[in-house]
Ligand binder design. Structure first.
Ligand code: ADP
Length: 243
């Protein structure tokens, strides 16, 4: 289980996170919704130590971390347990699809090359790219590149995968294939936190939906709670835009 408490983050005078709590149980899929600028991406980046929070604690399983004071060793430990899938995947342009997935396994996890290849192929097959192992990222569509990013995250066997708007940079016709891969991953009860603007997808896939606005969690609940019976005016207004 992952529990994040009281996350605060400012960029200069801009208070982006104002005391956010988040709890994700093992195997749960949580979607974070909210208007642009509400702090969703920053929250994921603080959890993954890509940003240093000004305040906040995190528990992953029986381990506890300060989001502000964590040591380098603790940050590495967290980064091994959490895998990010970004808006546009930062794949290595000069490495093949296969190498993009094996590199984390051989370098970070010290796996030998043969094992890394076996694991990478398994996950690339899972995302439907078993026939593109020796392609380079530029030879793939945006949707295929995102699927490589998902395979790379899965291959690391993390405690949680953090998806940061995984389809928002894609052409509309490529969104479906990426969502369907994420859906397939969710069915395997892999713990996931997904920042998304895809409302129908979030409603369908999530065990819990969290609505953020202005750097706070405004409300959270089951998809039914949030989509059919929102309690807060701000949630109602936000959801109306997607009707
Ligand atoms: P969301 O993901 O909900 O759209 P973000 O977390 O990306 O929101 O951004 C929240 C606010 O923080 C925005 O106003 C954004 O411009 C600002 N912000 C994000 N990252 C930085 C940064 N590195 N430096 C300065 N401001 C930032």
């Amino acid at each position: 289980m992952i529990r994040v408490t009281n996350v605060h983050k400012k960029f200069k005078d801009l208070e982006v996170l104002r005391g956010v709590d988040l709890e994700v149980k093992d195997g749960e899929v949580i979607s974070i919704l909210g208007p642009s600028g509400s702090g969703k991406t920053t929250l994921l980046r603080c959890i993954n130590f890509l940003e240093k929070a000004d305040e906040g604690e995190m528990e992953i399983g029986d381990r506890k971390y300060s989001l502000k004071y964590a040591t380098k060793k603790q940050k590495l430990e967290v980064q091994r347990k959490t895998a990010m899938v970004f808006q546009l995947n930062n794949l290595f342009a000069n490495k093949t699809v296969l190498e993009n997935v094996t590199i984390g396994l051989t370098v970070v996890q010290k796996m030998n090359k043969a094992d890394a290849r076996r694991v990478a192929v398994r996950y690339l097959e899972k995302v439907g790219l078993g026939d593109r192992l020796s392609s380079y990222p530029a030879q793939l569509s945006g949707g295929q590149q995102q699927r490589v990013g998902i395979a790379r995250a899965l291959a690391l066997n993390p405690s949680v995968i953090l998806f940061d708007e995984p389809t928002s940079a894609l052409d509309p016709e490529l969104v479906g294939e990426v969502l369907s891969v994420i859906r397939q991953v969710a069915e395997e009860h892999i713990t996931m936190v997904i920042v998304t603007h895809e409302m129908a997808f979030a409603r369908d896939i999530s065990d819990k939906v969290v609505f953020m606005d202005g750097g706070v969690v405004v409300e959270s609940g089951t998809p039914e709670d949030i989509f059919l019976n929102p309690q807060k005016e701000r949630t109602v207004q936000f959801l109306q835009r997607f009707r």
